[in-house]
Design a protein around this ligand. Sequence first.
Ligand SMILES: [Cu+2]
Length: 163
Amino acid sequence: MSTFPRAPAAEPQIVRIRVDRGYRPAQSVAQANVPLRLVFQRRDADHCTERVIFSSPHIERRLAANGTTAVDLPAQPPGVVRFTCGMGRYRGEVALVERRAVRFPRASILRLLGAGASILVLLAAAGMLRAELIVGLAAPIVVAIAALSFAPRLTRIRPFNRS
Ligand SMILES: [Cu+2]
């Protein structure tokens, strides 16, 4: 009986949250359907932030004072993961979104740049632009198209502060 090599476990995405009499950022965005690792970096010794409690799935963890504690969450469908301190005074959340929702709109930007280049060519052909101006306008467009063409398709997901 042959055994198939098992697919490597999906790398968890990591969201770092600073704990200092509150959670910073209090709101983050991560990808749905991928395991999520929340790394709490506690910068206080406040009794209040000693425990972090997740509602669904229900997880309770003690956060070491002035230490780092990782909490691993399973892959979950789109939604919001909420957590609070032990007394529910401080609140944080991570919005889980579909992969395409965090996709960098590269195609749209390339289309815009292409349109800009076309207009430039038309104006140049009509003799409405001086040579120096054509070069000055074309150079940044070419650089932007080149940069976008080689940029990774998916931007790295990092927490951003919406508060
Ligand atoms: Cu508290």
